[in-house]
Design a protein around this ligand. Structure first.
Ligand code: FMN
Length: 333
């Protein structure tokens, strides 16, 4: 029998901020670990200053936080891991998945996946010099899903605590299909506990993937959870609310998030920017998502934003992820 389903919140630069994680975990159950968006350039003076306070929270509302680092510098990675260890974190995560050209072209993130020797060299320098749990988040490869086969030989030779694989290639960015066959091959070759990531947008996606990937019981979920914050509870069978009641909770959640951003940004107008980023996904849980988002996007003052949000909850019904509107949008792209 499968053991209990575990769900991790995927990191999103600019969206799953400290503030988002704090408000999210206050409202919703079902997430077992929170990954921070990546930290980078920690060697530079003051580079951590803006986000330094985050290191004071090893848990948020009792959910474990895992700081993530993007780097190809073994000294920097070791320093980051040991710094997090000292702060009391149980685990750090190395980002080998970021696909953006300005990252990947410099052999960072998923850009390092075609170079298993380089990955091995870095791990060879980091692992003996740190004792905190060290996990990796990667893709199947950058150019080809064969890359993961050589990478696994490297990963398996180190004490990596967990390996999250986004079942896509770096060159795909976020487009095209996830490749479950290649993922399953990787899973069969891994000595490390593997976490599945990619395209779980609804409870029915989860059910289908769960059948295909019988050995997986830990899932990292990103966009599906941004679209429908109840998704982990739906997957775990923890949600007993009607759609109308869900809509009320979502309204409270998004309002609290907005107020938390205002507080954090000393009431500067940029606070709306933080919630608008999330609305880009959240809108797809409402009927007529494009209309919802275009209304929100246009707002340019606090009063305007508050009025438009109130009208959205009055005029458009909250449908949640079961309506599949986000997937429809992706299929059209
Ligand atoms: C705007 C954006 C920002 C992201 N930031 C990060 C990041 O900081 N670290 C990371 O490991 N992945 C990052 N990701 C990737 C997601 O964590 C996740 O792996 C990806 O969306 C696939 O999962 P999903 O299909 O459940 O969304 C980002 C993705 C997007 C679209």
């Amino acid at each position: 029998m499968k053991s209990k389903t575990q769900i991790y919140l995927a990191p999103f630069q600019g969206i799953t901020t400290y503030t988002y994680r704090e408000v999210y975990t206050r409202y919703f159950d079902g997430v077992d670990k929170l990954f921070t968006p990546f930290f980078t350039g920690i060697q530079k003076p003051n580079s951590l200053a803006k986000r330094a306070f985050e290191f004071n929270f090893i848990k948020q509302n009792n959910v474990e936080v895992v700081p993530q680092m993007l780097s190809k510098d073994a000294v920097e990675l070791t320093k980051f891991a040991n710094f997090c260890d000292k702060k009391g974190f149980k685990e750090v995560n190395w980002n080998l998945g970021c696909p953006y050209p300005r990252v990947a072209n410099k052999k960072r993130g998923s850009g390092m996946l075609p170079y298993p020797d380089m990955v091995g060299e870095i791990l060879g320098q980091v692992m003996p010099n740190t004792s905190i749990k060290f996990s990796i988040k990667c893709r199947l490869g950058y150019f080809s899903e064969n890359e993961i086969l050589d990478l696994l030989k490297v990963y398996n030779s180190f004490d990596i605590s967990e390996l999250t694989i986004h079942a896509r290639l770096g060159k795909q960015l976020y487009k095209g299909e996830v490749n479950h066959e290649a993922f399953k091959k990787a899973l069969s070759l891994s000595n490390i506990p593997v976490v599945y990531n990619g395209d779980v947008f609804s409870k029915s996606d989860f059910n289908a993937f769960n059948l295909q990937l019988a050995e997986i019981n830990t899932w990292m979920i990103g966009r599906g959870l941004l679209v429908d914050p109840f998704l982990p509870m739906k997957i775990k069978g923890l949600l007993k609310l009607s759609l109308e009641e869900q809509s009320d909770v979502i309204y409270k959640f998004i309002t609290d998030l907005y107020l938390a951003y205002r507080k954090k940004n000393s009431n500067r107008l940029q606070s709306i920017g933080g919630v608008k980023e999330l609305w880009g996904s959240l809108a797809y849980s409402f009927g007529e998502p494009q209309r919802v988002f275009s209304k929100i996007k246009k707002t340019s003052s606090f009063d305007d934003y508050e009025e438009v949000v109130a009208s959205v909850f009055k005029e458009f019904s909250w449908l949640g992820s079961d309506a599949g509107l986000y997937k429809k949008k992706l299929n059209k792209e």
